[in-house]
Design a protein around this ligand. Structure first.
Ligand SMILES: [Zn+2]
Length: 231
């Protein structure tokens, strides 16, 4: 079994970055329970590029939004690209002052697009609720973090997500070595057995379509058939 780690901010929550107010979400509501408070989204994704309120200069090499987005500048993107890791994507973001003036500082969102599979059932994570219409699922929390990862469902990427925790970036030992050598500030690598218990009751990750696109989405859905698919 490969050693698995994840990225954590060292930036205090109060110092993490907020989105510009009025940033739009692509949203489609599930017709189930229409008009009721229990109505949920069938599709929910922030429009890209993300628009973020940020300082004029970066305070740390890795910056974080309060939604766990990882923001880095071009020098780090270039360095990560030259290390030739798989499963990682960089998309430009737009940075603004608190008065919505563009900063003109170029920065990118680091996203894990590799697939680390579903959390193993023996971790304790299980489906609590499933919408009969759009198959949106709510999952319980876990009991044993060491059992979250199974290499059988993993696509072998260096950066990847484990479902249902798509906001966490999991990494391989190869990335850990790179991170330690680079000594970036603002970020910490932790082994998966230190994975934090969810503060909420469990996880509501939405749909795979909110996180993955194109061929990757199709491949994950093929792997799981109707199990995770909503079509
Ligand atoms: Zn639904």
């Amino acid at each position: 079994m490969p050693e698995i780690y994840f990225l954590e901010p060292t930036v205090r929550f109060d110092d993490q970055l907020e989105y510009v107010s009025g940033m739009e979400m692509e949203i489609a509501l599930c017709p189930l329970n229409e008009g009721q408070p229990s109505q949920h989204a069938m599709r929910q994704r922030w429009r890209r590029p993300l628009k973020i309120v940020a300082p004029v200069q970066r305070m740390t090499d890795f910056e974080w939004t309060v939604y766990r987005d990882i923001i880095i500048e071009e020098d780090i993107v270039d360095s990560l690209k030259s290390a030739d890791f798989s499963g990682v994507k960089f998309q430009g973001v737009e940075l603004f002052t608190t008065t919505k003036t563009p900063l003109g500082r170029r920065a990118f969102e680091l996203t894990a697009v590799g697939w680390g599979g579903m959390a193993r059932a023996d971790s304790g994570i299980h489906v609590v609720k499933e919408c009969p219409f759009c198959k949106r699922r709510v999952y319980s929390g876990f009991k044993d973090p060491e059992r979250l990862f199974s290499s059988e469902e993993w696509d072998g990427s260096d950066f990847f997500v484990i479902w249902p925790m798509p906001k966490y970036v999991f990494i391989t030992r190869k990335v850990v070595d790179y991170m330690l050598k680079s000594g970036y500030s603002g970020v910490l690598v932790k082994p998966i057995n230190k994975f934090p218990k969810s503060i909420a009751v469990g996880y509501s990750p939405g749909h795979l379509d909110d996180w993955f696109d194109g061929q990757k989405l199709a491949a994950i859905k093929r792997q799981f058939g109707s199990y995770l698919s909503d079509d």
